[in-house]
Design a binder for this molecule. Structure first.
Ligand code: GRF
Length: 203
């Protein structure tokens, strides 16, 4: 399978997925990494691995629509089976999301449907939750709202801060994002009206 990864920052999730395409755990290859920020370290990670790294700076476009249209053209030039958002910090237009329906993944640092949007670690702490985590999901037009593929959870202790939670959840992201990509590439996921099935079982 052909994978395109979209990033805006450090790209540690990109790295986790990349490592597993290289060691054969994922039956696929990253055809390109596309980034909207020139200073993102993830671009360096891609170059180091010999993966095509493309910069598409949203500031060079006059609107979200024209940027997303250019993104679609660039992404489609690599004919991906799967498009992976890995810390891509731009809201996508409905046209973009519809175009990649059923083959667009995102990872979010909360146990969705809890805490869509930003500052998830702080919000989990303030709510007095006793657990927190992260979620890989298919992207739909509702922000952080699509069908869930896999979640990982961690207990919240009295000593936890937003920073300690962020670090623990980030480490969990590096486990579940490659796993979700592995399942997708092995054709083990099926998207139905009721949600995602893994080998025919609900997840
Ligand atoms: C992750 O925390 C992810 O959940 C969020 O952006 C961050 C990306 O981190 N959407 P990295 O660039 O993969 O290190």
């Amino acid at each position: 399978k052909r994978i395109v990864v979209l990033i805006s920052g450090s790209g540690s999730n990109l790295q986790a997925i990349l490592d597993q395409t290289l060691d054969g755990s994922i039956n696929g290859q990253i055809a390109a990494v596309i980034c909207n920020r020139p200073d993102a370290f993830g671009l360096t990670r891609a170059q180091r691995a010999g993966v095509e790294a493309r910069l598409l700076d949203h500031k060079a476009f006059e609107s979200r629509e024209t940027f997303d249209q250019a993104m679609i053209e660039l992404i489609d030039s690599y004919s991906p089976d799967l498009v992976v958002l890995a810390g891509f910090m731009r809201i996508l237009t409905p046209e973009f999301v519809r175009h990649y329906q059923g083959r667009l993944f995102n990872i979010h640092p909360s146990l969705l449907p809890k805490y869509k949007g930003l500052h998830t670690h702080q919000r989990a702490l303030e709510a007095g939750d006793n657990e927190h985590g992260c979620t890989v999901h298919f992207v739909t037009e509702e922000l952080d709202g699509g069908p869930l593929v896999v979640q990982a959870r961690t207990d919240i202790s009295a000593e936890d801060t937003a920073n300690s939670l962020q670090q623990r959840v980030h480490a969990l992201e590096h486990l579940i994002y490659p796993l979700a990509v592995e399942w997708f590439c092995a054709d083990r996921l099926k998207l139905t009206a009721e949600g995602v099935l893994l080998d025919g079982e609900s997840v």
